[in-house]
Write a protein that binds this ligand. Structure first.
Ligand code: DC
Length: 228
């Protein structure tokens, strides 16, 4: 049986991936994989368990063993071992820990299998850093979203304030630059576009514009899905 179709949308934090993926998945009736949320949950799990980040095997063990459940208390909700961590994973600590555990090869390996399991009929929209390069290299459509770091910091700021989380714009900008550097310079699965990805710079685009562009690409590459 042929594998279910996959659309990968990769890019740095604040490029708009999350919002775009949610809408595209909904329109197509596809499942959604927010791989960043997996790394964030792992980061929080490591923090809660007091595991030393230098102990790669212990971090990987947690990655394989932790129970994660999406969507129990609403579309954005995430449970870690039965505890609601939806807000915790979006804090600065959650972002920082996600980027740090993401740099550990054994942790990436442990999360790899879990990510493949999201590929189910009728299809999957996968949001992350290495969806098109490493996890789903055979995806039917690969998109890489970028935006200037200033625009991304602004978006993150609005997102956090909207969720009732305190945020300071210059701090967000500094943290984003740090995480960009760490995510793109790590030796395993660095943040970079797949060779066959379509690049879209969203700095001056509204969310609606980006969604419309992506839907055009879906129509071109997956006409049978887009017309349903
Ligand atoms: O997409 P996000 O901002 O929620 O991702 C948080 C961090 O998780 C990001 O800084 C790097 C890591 N990450 C990763 O290494 N690989 C992925 N596929 C997704 C996220």
């Amino acid at each position: 049986m042929a594998s279910a179709p996959v659309i990968t949308i990769d890019g740095p934090s604040g490029s708009g991936k999350g919002a775009v993926c949610a809408v595209i998945a909904e329109r197509l009736g596809f499942a959604l994989l927010d791989s960043g949320a997996l790394y964030r949950v792992l980061g929080i799990a490591v923090h809660k368990a007091g595991v030393d980040l230098a102990n790669h095997q212990a971090v990987a063990k947690l990655a394989g063993e932790m129970a994660i459940e999406f969507g129990r208390n609403g579309p954005d909700s995430v449970q870690l071992n039965g505890e609601d961590v939806s807000l915790a994973i979006r804090t600065d600590l959650g972002s920082d820990m996600a980027s740090r555990v993401g740099a550990i090869p054994a942790a990436r390996q442990a999360l790899h299998e879990r990510q493949l399991a999201f590929r189910q009929p009728p299809g999957l929209v996968a949001d992350g850093r290495d969806m098109g390069t490493v996890v789903f290299p055979d995806a039917q459509l690969k998109i890489y979203l970028t935006a200037s770091v200033e625009a991304r910091a602004q978006r993150r700021y609005k997102q956090l304030i909207g969720k009732g989380i305190d945020a300071i714009l210059p701090d967000l900008l500094r943290d984003l630059k740090e995480r960009d550097a760490r995510d793109s310079q790590r030796p395993v699965s660095p943040l970079k576009p797949a060779e066959d990805a379509i690049l879209l710079d969203t700095t001056d685009m509204t969310l609606e514009n980006v969604i419309a562009r992506v839907m055009e690409f879906v129509q071109q590459r997956l006409p049978q899905v887009a017309s349903q």
